[in-house]
Design a binder for this molecule. Structure first.
Ligand code: HEM
Length: 487
């Protein structure tokens, strides 16, 4: 009898799974070709393409891309509502076999209990170490001063800032995580940074090598996926070596993230269930470091690249920022204590993050089980993207969505306006873990350098604010002429 009931239940469930599309349909979206789906039609700026499709398919759109069901969510309300749910907060790896083994160990691509434990641990300890707090101010200012020195050698002639900012941004992260400053002459560290940047550059979430894994056995895709995997392995083995060196030279007086992590590993060595169990602990720590560098370096540097270009392209806004800073600080540059008295500068920085949309879409989320939401089926395993770019260019929320317009963030009395639809760091459970540090670094680098220097577009150069096609959306390569205004 029990067996018969179980059989009927099983058959009923299987039937429901098969015909569920009649009850709950997938969100609407374009149809593609057999096998490859919509992949051949994806543009180099898919977030723009997806934004344009909203008129036709609505704010929840679904399409098959390569081997995956991809669902794109494009409104503020939906992103807010969905991304606070665990079922929409899984992650998927990049589907390149050789890089898989480690990727799931860290913060960016893990999910479930492991991710919860690591995220909670990292947030708590990074906060205690001053991540995004004033205690990091001197350290960051020291890096900005070093950067300013290199700029002094380039005054008065067209110069590029690309590749120049990274090392100083990464240095601040490095000190917090390892308790040491990077020796810029140290070729191992240089190599790590170089490889990480290559890894990011090659990791566009909509690249065919990540969406149709079978391609990776053929032609140019084979080479590309091999390069990606080799690069990921290089980065990981360098990071592991650094973890090992750090552990060998462990100094009990010092307190840095790596140190605290290894203490946690020791505390949990008898608990086989613990995420911090001894087995594989060095690999986990190495992967967390790589993830933090990958997530924190290029994003912040790219936001700064946008800022200097936008200032050069809008000389009146640049002057107004400089005048505001001059009126608040004395001879030396702006500090965090001045921030509250610099509302216009703050609005310009917030507008830069909106307009630049450094991460135009969230990272890939994974639907962790079949879910019915707003009458649609979200099948388990689907890749879910929040289209942050669309929200930050939505005329419903912004007076001049496609213009750089700092007034978006100003009240009529000149105070800073918090705009709900400004979500450059995402929303919900997977919201950027480094937001506070990113905002703090962005303010100090931008405000101190714009106080010290003027940025101009060279004669005859046109300004292109369309954004590049990279995984991280930066401005197209540009040159500026920098002159000194404060000694
Ligand atoms: C302007 C700079 C930055 C921007 C615009 C930015 C933006 C974002 C966005 C949009 C996400 C994805 C959210 C999602 O998938 O739903 C993210 C994730 C993340 N960011 Fe940032 N970020 C920045 C800087 C940083 C910094 C400085 C760090 C740390 C050093 C950092 C660490 C992370 C981590 C670890 C994640 C993954 C969180 C998780 O999966 O739980 N980010 N960031």
């Amino acid at each position: 009898m029990i067996a018969a009931i179980a059989l009927v239940a099983l058959l009923g469930w299987l039937t429901f799974r098969t015909i569920r599309h009649f009850f709950f349909q997938l969100p609407p979206g374009p149809t593609g070709l057999p096998i490859v789906g919509y992949l051949p039609f994806l543009s180099s700026q898919p977030y723009v393409q997806f934004s344009e499709m909203v008129d036709k398919y609505g704010d929840i759109m679904s399409l098959r891309v390569g081997s995956f069901r991809v669902i794109v969510v494009s409104s503020l309300d939906l992103i807010r509502e969905m991304f606070k749910e665990s079922v929409f907060s899984g992650r998927t790896d990049m589907h390149i076999a050789a890089s898989r083994q480690h990727a799931k160990l860290g913060l960016l691509l893990s999910d479930g209990r492991r991710w919860q434990d690591l995220r909670r641990f990292s947030l708590r300890n990074l906060r205690d170490l001053g991540f995004g707090k004033w205690s990091q101010e001197n350290l960051i200012i020291n890096e900005i001063d070093q950067l300013a020195k290199t700029i002094l050698n380039e005054l008065g002639r067209p110069t590029t800032l690309t590749d120049r900012l990274n090392i100083y941004v990464v240095n601040t992260l490095w000190s917090i995580l390892t308790g040491e400053t990077i020796d810029t002459e140290d070729s191992e560290c240089q190599q790590l940074i170089y490889n990480m940047n290559r890894l990011i550059a090659g990791a566009s979430a909509t690249d065919p090598i990540f969406l149709l894994p079978m391609l990776n056995h053929f032609g140019k895709y084979k080479k590309k996926s091999k390069d990606f995997a080799a690069n990921a392995r290089n980065v990981m083995s360098l990071a592991k070596r650094l973890v090992r060196q750090h552990n060998e030279n462990r100094n009990s007086d010092r307190s840095d993230f790596m140190h605290i992590f290894m203490d946690e590993v020791q505390k949990n060595e008898d608990d086989p269930e613990s995420t911090f169990n001894q087995k594989g602990a060095e690999d986990t720590l190495a992967m967390i470091l790589v993830d933090l560098f990958i997530a924190g370096n290029e994003t912040t540097s790219t936001a700064l690249l946008w800022f200097f270009l936008l200032m050069a392209a809008h000389p009146q806004i640049q002057r107004r920022v400089q005048q505001e800073i001059d009126s608040v600080v004395d001879g030396s540059g702006p500090l965090l204590e001045h921030r509250r008295r610099l509302p216009y500068t703050e609005a310009v920085l917030m507008e830069t993050l909106r307009f630049g949309s450094v991460l135009p879409m969230t990272l890939r989320h994974r639907v962790t089980e079949d879910t019915y939401f707003r009458g649609y089926l979200f099948p388990e395993g689907s890749i879910l993207f929040g289209n942050l770019y669309k929200v930050m260019r939505d005329p419903q929320h912004w007076a001049k969505p496609h213009q750089f317009y700092p007034d978006h963030f100003l009240n009529s009395d000149g105070t800073v306006k918090q705009a709900d639809a400004a979500i450059p760091f995402g929303s919900g459970k997977r919201i950027c873990l480094g937001e506070s540090l990113a905002r703090l670094e962005f303010f100090l680098f931008a405000a101190r350098l714009i106080h010290q220097f003027n940025f101009e577009i060279p004669d005859g150069q046109t300004v292109d604010l369309a954004g590049n096609n990279g995984a991280i959306r930066g401005p197209k390569p540009y040159r500026v002429i920098i002159t000194q205004r404060i000694q």
